[in-house]
Design a protein. Structure first.
Length: 466
């Protein structure tokens, strides 16, 4: 796992997404608000129509009472027809009726006078007690079986006040329910359209509102991949302090790395100078003591080189924003190796690198790793060294093949030990492969040795790709 991969695993479900949480809360509020509003509007409209419906029945009832007269024989009659023509059309849905109430003066008589719209039917009115001037509303069944809403009152004619009449006006309730149903349907469609518009507005608002965070993520990816050294651009006032703090952390980190490198270099010079003096002094002497000093000075130099390289690599790995194109490094190293080993007449071949291939790390470390492997291949090659770069998932690999004697499988891991050399007769400290592998693993990569199709050894360097 790469040391620079600091991205935490994403949280699952809607709770792990700020966008989904905002949308869920907004949409839930929109649905609840529209549902309550729709119910309230439907109730208000239904109550308004009901009051209007009953007010119209009351108007007809008042008109009926005003036109009703009683002759000398006590028979009720109308002075003239009522104003609504539906009273004259059979089964029109609008009816009136006059019943005589039972009392000491005589029995009850139902339908002593009724509208022509009832034809030969009589409305069955609930037997309830009515005070003078009081009105009751009931639901009854009409002559055609339809539901009716009726309103009633008691009238005491001046001619025969002892024989009160119950006046009833009724209308088909479908004249009330059908407009309510049509209104509810249109209301539901309108609220659905409004809800869709509000939902679209909420999605757009959340998307636009959180867009700076998406842009911040893209810029952070550029920093992590080495395409930028800091976060550039202006962000909203809620996000800009975070950007400024992060840029401050990057600057501070770069300062610490630079200081650590400087101190490491100073330490190297401070330690190597006395070691060089001791080595020169030991070289001018003979004897066991001089030999011991020379050996210990060599061991000290080896340890200093190893730990300084490791400290430098660790500091570079901890610093984000590193990006080193691979092709220029390989081309430069191939030219250097051609000059260094020019007297041997080696054929150095570099296959074309894939476009845009870059190392997520420092150029100096890449030079050191590839330089060690190329130099090792050139030392052991007979006539040819071949180099190619390959893309992998989030990584890249550089394969270096030589046609030399190769290396026994049992020794391919041992040579990565510090101070271990495959051939003691060859020059070197034995730290090249060890440092190369430690550097590669610090970056999350690795170095492996295998048999080469060219007959010698294949060294494969795998590193994170920017």
């Amino acid at each position: 796992m790469s040391a620079t991969n600091l991205t935490p695993p994403p949280a699952g479900g809607w709770r792990g997404s700020l966008r989904l949480r905002l949308l869920a809360g907004t949409l839930a509020w929109i649905v609840a608000t529209l549902a309550v509003s729709g119910w309230a509007l439907a109730q208000l409209f239904g109550q308004h129509l009901t009051r209007q419906f009953e007010a119209e029945l009351s108007t007809h009832l008042d008109q009926l009472a005003a036109n009703l007269v009683v002759d000398a024989a006590g028979a009720p009659a109308l002075r003239g027809p009522l104003g609504d023509p539906r009273f004259a059309r059979p089964y029109s849905g609008l009816y009136w009726q006059a019943d005589r109430l039972a009392n000491d003066a005589g029995p009850a008589e139902r339908g002593v006078l009724r509208a022509r719209s009832l034809w030969d039917a009589v409305l069955v009115v609930p037997a309830d007690a009515l005070a003078d001037g009081e009105r009751h509303v009931h639901r009854v069944e009409g002559p055609d079986g339809e539901p009716l809403r009726m309103i009633e009152r008691v009238l005491r004619p001046a001619e025969q006040p002892e024989r009160p009449l119950r006046l009833v006006v009724a209308a088909d309730e479908r004249h009330l329910t059908q407009p309510v149903e049509r209104f509810n349907g249109m209301l539901a469609a309108a609220l659905a359209l409004l809800g869709a518009g509000l939902a679209a507005a909420a999605v757009a608002q959340v998307w636009i509102g959180l867009r700076p965070l998406a842009r911040l993520r893209e810029v952070l990816a550029d920093v992590r991949e080495g395409r930028a050294a800091a976060i550039d651009g202006r962000f909203p006032t809620e996000v800009q302090p975070l950007v400024d703090e992060f840029n401050g952390v990057l600057a501070r980190n770069a300062e610490i790395v630079a200081r650590a490198r400087t101190q490491a270099g100073n330490l190297a010079h401070a330690v190597k100078t006395p070691l060089a003096v001791l080595a020169n002094a030991a070289a001018g002497e003979s004897g066991p003591f001089a030999t011991l000093v020379a050996e210990q000075v060599g061991a000290a130099r080896t340890q200093v080189d190893h730990h300084l390289a490791r400290a430098r690599a660790a500091a570079a790995v901890a610093s984000p924003g590193q990006r080193t194109p691979l092709a220029p490094v390989l081309e430069g190293l191939m030219r250097v190796m051609a000059r260094v080993h020019g007297e041997r007449g080696l054929a150095l071949e570099l296959a074309p690198c894939p476009d845009g291939l870059a190392f997520r790390g420092e150029a100096q470390d890449l030079h050191e790793m590839l330089g060690n492997l190329l130099d090792n291949a050139c030392k052991w090659a007979r006539r040819r060294v071949e180099v190619r770069a390959l893309k992998r998932d989030g990584l890249f690999a550089v394969e270096i093949d030589d046609d030399g004697p190769g290396l026994a499988p049992a020794l391919r891991e041992e040579v990565f030990g510090r101070g271990v050399r495959a051939d003691e007769r060859a020059p070197g400290s034995g730290l090249g492969l060890a440092i190369t592998r430690e550097l590669a693993r610090l970056y999350g990569g690795d170095v492996t040795l295998d048999a080469s199709p060219a007959g010698g050894l294949r060294a494969t360097l795998v590193l994170p790709r920017a």
